[in-house]
Design a protein around this ligand. Structure first.
Ligand SMILES: Nc1ncnc2c1ncn2[C@@H]1O[C@H](COP(=O)(O)OP(=O)(O)OP(=O)(O)O)[C@@H](O)[C@H]1O
Length: 273
């Protein structure tokens, strides 16, 4: 369990990126921080592994105040996946994945063997192990980034808009892979995005943020869709103009259309699995 209590971050130039944020990120679940650009999502995420130091307030992991932990082992014990994968360009895929275990002193052969297993897990052919990042597609690079985040077998995985830079189809593939991996591994994931669909697809818990890391609403996608807390949330998730209100198409049998009249799905008789 990761817990923030009254956490504020003021950067040296005076910007208050996060103002009195409190919240829990439960174990073995995916918590999505959802909000528009500049609302403080990345700042909150980076305070978990102390890449950004909180100005005030308390952050605990399993009850232990992270301010009292040595920062290097703390950081290496938490997986981190960033936008554009953040791979080291002059290192081969296998060494990119094995970065943290190698830093931790794991023997090379062992770290490489584990990295190959992780390539299987994230759906990368082992033949790519000897390539350099610029010899991979954007989606493949993101898979390497996820494998690297998992390499030290962390309990916690922080993901900062990891699929933001790839095209929508690849993005859906990566989201599906992440769901599969998560159902296998059960990590505590904190995932930052400004994409509502991505948040609804991945989040067990979604925290919608307004400027300064103010919590506009937290809950499951179902709770938020059924009971948006206020006009800000309704607007942000696309409920305000009825875009998400679904109706049967007058001439389409079981075809459902949204508030714009676009066909979005087919009505099934059975309840959702
Ligand atoms: N190092 C810094 N120094 C000063 N201000 C900063 C710094 N880093 C971020 N900020 C400011 O803090 C606020 C929150 O930034 P943050 O990156 O946490 O937002 P975000 O929600 O992740 O945005 P985005 O989706 O665009 O990445 C913004 O106003 C930003 O300009």
């Amino acid at each position: 369990m990761i817990e923030f209590t009254s956490v504020t971050k003021q950067y040296p130039d005076g910007t208050v990126a996060v103002d009195d944020f409190s919240g829990q990120f439960p174990p073995h679940q995916t918590t999505v921080l959802l909000g528009s650009s500049g609302c403080g999502k990345t700042t909150i995420l980076r305070m978990v592994n102390r890449m950004v130091e909180a100005s005030s307030g308390t952050i605990t992991i399993d009850g232990e105040n992270i301010a009292q932990r040595d920062v290097v082992p703390l950081r290496r014990s938490i997986g981190y996946v960033m936008q554009n994968a953040g791979l080291l360009p002059h290192r081969r895929v296998i060494d990119n994945i094995a970065t943290v275990p190698l830093l931790n002193g794991t023997p090379k052969a062992e770290a490489h063997a584990r990295a190959e297993e992780l390539m299987d897990l994230v759906g990368l052919d082992r033949s790519m192990a000897r390539r350099y990042p610029n010899q991979l597609s954007g989606g493949q690079q993101q898979r390497v980034g996820v494998a690297r985040g998992l390499a030290a077998d962390p309990n916690i995985l922080l993901m900062d808009e990891p699929f933001g830079a790839v095209d929508p189809l690849v993005r859906r593939d990566l989201q599906a892979e992440l769901r599969r991996i998560q159902s296998e591994l059960g990590k505590t994931i904190v995932f930052v995005t400004h994409d509502v669909e991505e948040a609804f697809t991945l989040g067990d818990q979604i925290i919608i943020l307004a400027n300064g890391g103010q919590v506009a609403q937290r809950g499951t996608s179902e709770e938020i869709l059924a009971h948006p807390a206020n006009d800000f949330v309704a607007g942000f998730i696309g409920l305000a103009q009825g875009e998400r209100t679904l109706h049967r198409s007058p001439d389409g049998g079981g075809v459902l259309v949204d508030g714009h009249g676009r066909a979005v799905g087919v009505l099934a008789e059975e309840p959702a699995p």
